[in-house]
Design a protein around this ligand. Structure first.
Ligand SMILES: [Zn+2]
Length: 124
């Protein structure tokens, strides 16, 4: 099997997955503990909970990307853009080992999602 090129990324990704998983666990148990909020604490507590929830969402997304990249390594198409099938820039994988899109596609996708966000503004 000619998989030696990806073993470094795989190790990296698995380490990252373990880290994200434990962070998620901490945050989720923090959320559960915060259920018994003193009524007086009101808005500040709610704000903290929203921040925690937002962080959990970010980490969950990150977890999906990592899992995705690990599956790609398994299938042997790691480093190939999922959108245009061109190879992903090695420098990009160096910085972001869970990248599944080449830089071009990433920019396009981000531009599209930014436009979509513009239509339905999120109020923080
Ligand atoms: Zn691409």
């Amino acid at each position: 099997m000619a998989k030696k090129n990806t073993s470094k990324e795989q190790t990296h990704l698995e380490g990252e997955r373990a880290q994200v998983a434990s962070e998620l666990e901490n945050l989720r148990s923090a959320m559960l503990n915060e259920v018994d909020v003193e009524p007086d604490e009101g808005d500040a507590e709610i704000f903290e909970r929203e921040k925690t929830a937002a962080l959990i969402a970010v980490l969950e997304r990150r977890m999906q990307d990592i899992e995705h990249a690990l599956r790609a390594i398994d299938k042997g198409h790691y480093g190939t853009c999922e959108r245009c099938s061109n190879p992903i820039e090695p420098e990009r994988l160096e910085v972001k080992p869970d990248a599944i899109l080449c830089l071009n596609c990433q920019r396009e996708v981000e531009a599209i999602s930014k436009r979509n966000r513009g239509r339905a503004p999120i109020r923080w």
